[in-house]
Design a protein around this ligand. Sequence first.
Ligand SMILES: C[S@@+](CC[C@H](N)C(=O)[O-])C[C@H]1O[C@@H](n2cnc3c(N)ncnc32)[C@H](O)[C@@H]1O
Ligand SMILES: [Zn+2]
Ligand SMILES: [Zn+2]
Length: 714
Amino acid sequence: MQMQTELFDLQEEGAFAPRQPACDSEARAIEDPRFPFEEISKIAQQESWRKEINRPIYHLHKWWAQRLGSVFRALALGAFNSPEADIIDQFYKPSRINGTVFDPFMGSGTTLGEVLKLGGRAVGQDINPVAFFLVSNALSLPRREAVLKTYREIEADIATRLLEYYSTYLPDGRRAQVLYFFWVKVVDCLHCDHPVDLFSSYVFAQNAYPNRKPEVRIVCPRCGSIHSGKHGEHDTQCLECQLQFDPLAGAAGKTKATCAGCRKPFRIVDAVQKSARPPRHRLYAKLVVDAEGEKTYLACDENDYAAFKKAEQELSARANAYPTVAIKPGYNTDQAINYCYQSWHEMFNSRQLLCLSILGERIGAIPDQRMRELFCCLFSGMLEFNNMFASYKGEGTGAVRHMFAHHVLKPERTPIEANVWGTPKSSGAFSTMFKTRVIRAIEYAENPFEIKLECETGNAVKVFGLSERLTVPRALETLKLHCGDSSDSGLAKESVNAVITDPPFFDNVHYSELADFFHVWQRHVLGENGFHVNGSTRTVGEVQHSDAKVFETRLADVWKECNRVLNTKGLLIFTFHHSRPEGWRSLLGSLGAAGFYVVRVHPVRSEMSIAMPKHQAKEPISFDIVFVCRKQPVESALQIDSVVPTAKDAAGIQLRRLMSAGFDLSKNDIRLLVTSNAVQLLSVFEPEKSKAELQRLEPELENVSKQLMMLTTQ
Ligand SMILES: C[S@@+](CC[C@H](N)C(=O)[O-])C[C@H]1O[C@@H](n2cnc3c(N)ncnc32)[C@H](O)[C@@H]1O
Ligand SMILES: [Zn+2]
Ligand SMILES: [Zn+2]
């Protein structure tokens, strides 16, 4: 891909000079303790419940740890308005900001989109080509008619062919489409070589809300036929072979399986490794939809096995059908490598590879570059639902649990294979995701809106007409994107008014390890003569490391560049949370090393209410801290003894404000308030001293957190 998103010339004199002073007074609303973080948190919380619908533009393609657009709209308003401004009032007005904002860690482009909506100029950079590709597509969407025309051409050319691979027969002989094929991994017993299906339960389908709809589908371990049962029941009888069994007691446990032949247990990973290749799969069931839209679960039959064989043969006859790139070892990839997955394409079955190959080839042939890239972005996004690491969530929700649901690449024992082109009843298919991702994003770009909570009813309504459209002609003048290490932005000295960003949180998510999954396909579809030249998106400069010192240095390198490009009165504003002490020390050290001082910290509602990693955490963190920093030292007559009591007071006030707004805070949330206030106070010292003091004060700060925790139980 060419760097066509260099949308205006950086070196052009004055390109980034603010058109007029961004704000009359020097102080900004975001530096003021009255900044309405609790009101913003309420809006953010509302957005988080249906993020893909409330801000679809940033969800055109998967990215991890996506931030909430409403928070960044508020941050941008706070950065460009005086302390007297009513930010919530501004939020729901057609407000405009006048200046340039740089996001050195743009991810899915949240800051940039929000700045453009407010009429500002945005410069975004990310080290990862997958993030860059996502943002360059999302913020330069072609016109809807042209996109629909291309879609219809693709549909006319290949939809029937792709649907044919998912066509089946009903018991009465009618043809029907398969929505999902159900597969189970099979390994050979370590003791007697008997093949063992890795079912942990023979219940393979249930509603996402089983208490409301308790009917479940069970596969018989002896004859493979399918019957219904009730959620939670431990006893069932096969209607075909009369076998009586506990449907919840499959052969596979957490790490071990028990062989049905010799009855002995063995470690699953040992059996996989003995075979020295990824586990094979057995097809056992399907969910079909007939012409009337009626869905039925059925066991697979000879026709289904023959259809799969045929797809396998067709695939082997295609040249250069799919990317064959090795998976590099790493924190997120080792689990798959342990299961003998060596190459990214092994995560798909042959029929998936065949359909993706046909689709990818057709997209690669789209003559217009921007259109080709947009459809490649859609194609890439659907990959996470169409591989053998995806599983079944059940009906009553988006049926496919995509492979990154756990932020790791976990081999799935009972994967589902979705219909690649898809039917109107499909989830995760090319045709359905075209509507839910591309069309929704275009609608938002053409007519952006904010979510507002109605006082009387508490219902959320959409408020239109507040923002600039995010369509191409405007974006061309105001947006600049760059892919690379943000320790070098190429921007002129003191040329931006604010940096608003969301840096990586220590080693929270290993972006590039996961992004490689998409990148190998993007490169395969778009060709190698452009941007997608590396086999892996991993790079040395990525701010992501389990070693605190390395993380701190790399983060400091980017902050130093931010310091250089910010004008003297400019603010550095970013969100952060971390529950491990060394994460905070690294942050403090990195800011100090780059010459930044923290002026203010505010808590805001973070991330996605349904994001898995947080829910898995013992003490979930529901808040981020907004750090507001300046280049000049803040006036401070701080005595080291006053850090803990001052941080306690400030955190206490913030806690009370959030509680009165109706938020529950966990122990970790409260730690976050206390620590971030201490970080603010300590940032006036030189970096090594501030880090040492933070470490020394940790036990006292922990005590303060405990005392404040009592407030929440009173
Ligand atoms: C926490 S994410 C940003 C999330 C983003 N705010 C969003 O809403 O999606 C951090 C981003 O920083 C990028 N990154 C890490 N190191 C970088 C570097 N040295 N230069 C530029 N980007 C970097 C990662 O690729 C990742 O996309
Ligand atoms: Zn049976
Ligand atoms: Zn055995």
